[in-house]
Design a protein around this ligand. Sequence first.
Ligand SMILES: [Zn+2]
Ligand SMILES: [Zn+2]
Ligand SMILES: [Zn+2]
Ligand SMILES: [Zn+2]
Ligand SMILES: [Zn+2]
Length: 507
Amino acid sequence: MKKIMVVFLSIMMIVSLAAASFADGAALSCSATNDQLNRGDSVTVTVSLSGAPDVKSMQLTFDIPTDVFTVDGGWSISGTIADFNKSKNLAVIAFESPTNINGSIFTLDLTVKDDAAYEDFDVAITPTVKVSSEEGETEVPCAGTSVTLTVIDPSCRHNNKTSVAAKDSTCIDQGWDAYAVCGSCGQLFSADGKEISEIPYRELNPDNHTGNTEIRNQKDATCTENGNSGDTYCKDCGALISAGSKIKALGHDFGAWITTTAPTETTEGEQTRTCSRNWQHVETRTVPKADHVHDLNHIAANKATCDQPGNTEYWVCSTCNRHFSDAQGSNEINANDVIIAPADHHWGEWVVTREAKAGEKGEETRTCIYDSNHKETREIPSLPETENTDAQTEEPSTVAPELPEITVPENEIIENPDTQAEEPSTVALELPEITVPENEIIENPDTQTEEPSTVALELPEITVPENEIIENPETANDENTAIWLPVVIIALLDAAAVAIIVIRIKK
Ligand SMILES: [Zn+2]
Ligand SMILES: [Zn+2]
Ligand SMILES: [Zn+2]
Ligand SMILES: [Zn+2]
Ligand SMILES: [Zn+2]
């Protein structure tokens, strides 16, 4: 039986394909009021026609398992002839003229026999459609139809249940609650085991999207403008699932500063840096003037002279004219500090260049020991016009030709006044004329090599002061010399000396 059905269906499919290739294709279709039947149940199968041209006649051939079903029914439209031969499973209808009969055309009433097997049965209907033509009537292809009817075993113990897990609804597909179905009778059961008539579908869930999404309104952040991660939409239902979030502006990503204009000591420079994200983002800044680099000239130390200032060693910048005590220019000094003031003249003693006489001024001069061109001159007051004075100041003369002349030094210049306290030396007069150095200039008494000599004389010893300190030759002349010169002369005369000491004082 089933093999026959398969062959039939195969043929039917071929016919169906042929019909489909013919215009839009005339075709039959059918629907049953119920396809799950118990023994004794009746079911109505309605046959419809579509896509057919106006027909002259039509024939339906039924393939119905007559051992299962009793058959009844008939055309639901009227024609010149409308016949249903149940024993031949054949129905025929014919019209006076071609008639449009698309739509419901036949009703088949089937009743399950009491001894029907508990199985599935196919009811197939094959049409033959004829239209008018010059040759009379010609057949046009028309696809057949079929329906499967199940005869349920009411005594099924439902030992062949299959559980179907619950499935959530999505935004576009209905899910269902868990249920079970009997593999033997097709009975459905709810999760708690109760018989149910249909699958327990759930409502669509607009919040349960399938995950098939797309991003809209996305915007990348730039250095200065915020971006957006983009809104997420369900591609299936088009609903907005989640709004995008703000992406903060990135800020510039500047590279290193590059000097475009180098600074000098007198002009500022310029540097720029560029954003790695956008070469048009450039920052510029001014570079301060370059540090001054001294151009140092070395000035050697130079001693001051009596009339010319000297200087210490220093370095001076030819550009900024600042002064430094070191060659590196690290220790700046005041320009005035390098100057060494001119030294004072270091005068020698006054020397009489013209003797003062009675009524006539003299003149004396002193010379700088550092530079003989430096001289100072001053007057010597004239002497009073008396005879004594005249004689007193006369050049010492040799008094006794037979006695030797002795010249005794005096007027030695000793800078250290302490030596004034020295013991007067003992001078013994005996020898002929002795010349003793005079006018010695002794800066340091230690260097005095020519000790006034001790002169041995036959005569009684005479103590003669020496090493007189004359700080001011003027006063020394007038006082000291004047005081003790006569004492010497008198002492010599009293001792009946034959020697004459001639003392000359030169200025
Ligand atoms: Zn069952
Ligand atoms: Zn969706
Ligand atoms: Zn930037
Ligand atoms: Zn400088
Ligand atoms: Zn001088």
